[in-house]
Ligand binder design. Sequence first.
Ligand SMILES: [Zn+2]
Length: 540
Amino acid sequence: MSFEIKEKDLLGRIGKLKTKSGAVETPLLYPVINPSIQLVTPRRLKETFGFEAIITNAYILKKRFGDKVVDEGLHKFLDFDGAIMTDSGAYQILVYGGVEVSQKEIVAYQEGIGSDVATMLDIPTGWKITTEQAEVTVAETLRRAKAFFKTKTRDDILWVGPVQGGRHLDLVASSAVEMGKLPFQIHALGSPTEVMESYRYDVLAEMILTAKKGLPIERPLHLFGAGHPAMFSLAVALGCDLFDSAAYVLYARENRYMTENGTFRLNELDYFPCDCPRCVAETPRGLEIKPKKEQEVFLAEHNLYVCQAEIRRIKQAIRDGRLWEHTEMRVHGHPALLSALKKMRNHADFLENYSPTVKSSGFFYFDSVGLVRPEITHYRKRLSERYDPPTSAKILFLVPQTRNKPFHKAPEFKKIRQLFRSLGELSEKIHICVYAAPFGVVPLELDEVYPLSQHELALPLDLETVDYVANQTAEYIKRSSYTGVVLLDDPKLWKDTIKKACRSACKTKGLDFDSVDADVAGSKEILARLANIFREQLGE
Ligand SMILES: [Zn+2]
């Protein structure tokens, strides 16, 4: 196996990819090297910035330098002793409509120059084309992929099998399944550049998740052309392991300064919001009066530092089980990124299947965007599939969440325990559950199970979260076999949502239903009313 997964969170993972020039750690960013113009040399990328791998274009190398690269070897030619990936010219097909090379030639060339990771010559789908045209690109890429395995001769190279289909998700799905059957070591999502340029990150997220579902999950996935640090976290959370960036140079040429939250133009900045070695020694005004070439190198190097730092933060977030929090923070840098994270809601089960759901630290719940978190899906499934209330339970007593956790240790429960003592043996027929965001019903005896006590909430809750808890509560009532439900309502936090949901569920099942507002009267009166309700419902 060329890829070994060490740590996981969401669909992101820290892994070790073994190439013939040494192992590299993922998530990994390959800076794109233009062999003709190098603002930052490959040697400097490794020695100063710590990049273990770079990517360059085999088609351009072949056209401009031909056999010179075969004779010298790619590593000597670029003066880089780390892992080198080569792309095949598919991007040129997308931009120029074709390339003057056959797949057989470009595969042989990549073998000849000694690429560590190399790409077959796929046909990119692109963005503005019909379904019929998209079908052709998928079919032709698959045909070429099958032919490729008959012509390649080197097994020490990791070969990349791109998935095509563009925004046509059914095509992406079938492309992923078929390409995944072939023995590629790495897969890639073909040419998403135009999707990103038009800020359709929501479409991109669907494309990535659709591809992930069809591909063998243990193989790494490369996202071509994803070069902005603001989106790395989202792409990693969706399951991308490898990226390449030409953006650090392209942005530098246009005086654009990357940050992990977005982009500035040099003339907009009065201060550099960065601690990289270049930024601490310069000011925006000072840089503006330097020669153009020096400005470009400065910006390219700053951009690289920012990208590298963001990759390190993402790795640490994966280790800490906090990739969701990190991604939520980043996607708030642009509405299009947040829209993409919201799209994960359609894939909650897939996410939960592959993500760790028990962690060493608690989580932060900000708003309903977080409802897709695997910990929440996991709890929902466990409760509905594996939980049965105590057999003695006749009445479901629903109590609002408390600020203190675990709930049963909160001061509010002192009075409830007092009430239960006064009820004597009857209390065994009453099952206490808490209704709590962002989970729904939490049986009190489970409230110390992860993550029911290990999370922090932002209050007041948003409407979608309130609705989710109300729906989950109604579902719980509908599938259980209590004879009645008593709700201690907390309208300050929940308005009338929980009451309505409970009443309707009880009506459907023909159960007794009573509710008491927790805050309308003094506590003594509430306790007396509750005691009466319990006795009445139990027929005592
Ligand atoms: Zn900087």
